[in-house]
Design a protein around this ligand. Structure first.
Ligand SMILES: [Zn+2]
Length: 195
C-alpha cells in the first residue's frame, strides 16, 4: 500500500498510535478517562467531574490530549451542569411550534448562524438567552410580543443592511400585554415594571 502523506496534504488520516509531543514515543491512542475538567462560563470557573471522557493518551508517559470528541463531551456536561436547554430540547421545541429555525432567529433578533450553532452544540448559549428561549417556547404571550407589533416595525434581518436593529416594543404593546395580565413577562424584567 502506497501511503505517501505528501500526496494528499489536505486530508491527514488519523492513524494510531501517533507520536507523543511530550515524550516523543509513538504511543498515543484513543482512550476513555475519568477527569475533573475546569471550564469557564460567563466569568466563572466550573469544575466538572466527567466519566468516560474520550481522549487520546500516551501509553509511555501518560500524557492526555483532548480531541474534538473531548470538547463535545465537556460542553455537553457544562450545559447539563448549568441546567441550560440542550440542543435536542431546543430542536424539539422549535419543531413543536412548527416554526423554521430562521423564523425563530428573526423573532428573537439573533443571527440565524448563532441559533444554528446552539442547535448543533458547537456554541453554548448564555443564561439570559436561555431564559429568553424558554419564555419564547413556553409562553404564547411572549411569542405574540416578539412577533406582533414590534416585529412589524422592523425589516427582516437580511434586509437591514447588515445592521441588527432591535425594535423597542411600542407602548400599545405594553398596554395590551398589561391588560392581558402577563405578569410573568414583567417579572422577567423585559418590560419596565413601573405603574
Ligand atoms: Zn508520551
Amino acid at each position: 500500500m502506497q501511503d505517501n502523506p505528501k500526496k494528499n496534504p489536505s486530508k491527514p488520516v488519523k492513524r494510531y498510535p501517533i507520536r507523543c509531543f511530550e515524550c516523543g514515543k509513538e504511543e498515543v491512542r484513543p482512550a476513555l478517562v475519568s477527569q475533573t475538567v475546569k471550564r469557564n462560563y460567563e466569568g466563572k470557573t466550573h469544575e466538572l467531574e466527567i466519566q468516560d471522557l474520550p481522549v487520546t493518551r500516551c501509553a509511555a508517559c501518560g500524557e492526555i490530549y483532548y480531541t474534538q470528541d473531548s470538547d463535545d463531551k465537556i460542553v455537553s456536561a457544562l450545559r447539563t451542569y448549568i441546567a441550560l436547554l440542550s440542543p435536542e430540547e431546543m430542536r424539539g421545541r422549535i419543531t413543536n411550534l412548527a416554526m423554521s429555525q430562521r423564523e425563530v432567529a428573526i423573532a428573537l433578533r439573533i443571527a440565524p448562524e448563532t441559533l444554528s450553532r446552539w442547535l448543533s452544540g458547537s456554541l453554548i448559549q448564555s443564561r439570559s438567552m436561555d431564559t429568553l428561549l424558554r419564555a419564547f417556547f413556553e409562553l404564547d404571550q411572549m411569542r405574540d410580543f416578539v412577533s406582533g407589533p414590534a416585529r412589524n416595525s422592523v425589516k427582516p434581518l437580511e434586509d437591514a443592511g447588515g445592521l441588527l436593529r432591535m425594535p423597542v416594543g411600542p407602548s400599545q404593546t405594553w398596554q395590551r400585554l398589561s391588560k392581558a395580565g402577563t405578569s410573568p413577562i414583567v417579572g422577567m424584567g423585559l418590560i419596565p415594571s413601573s405603574n
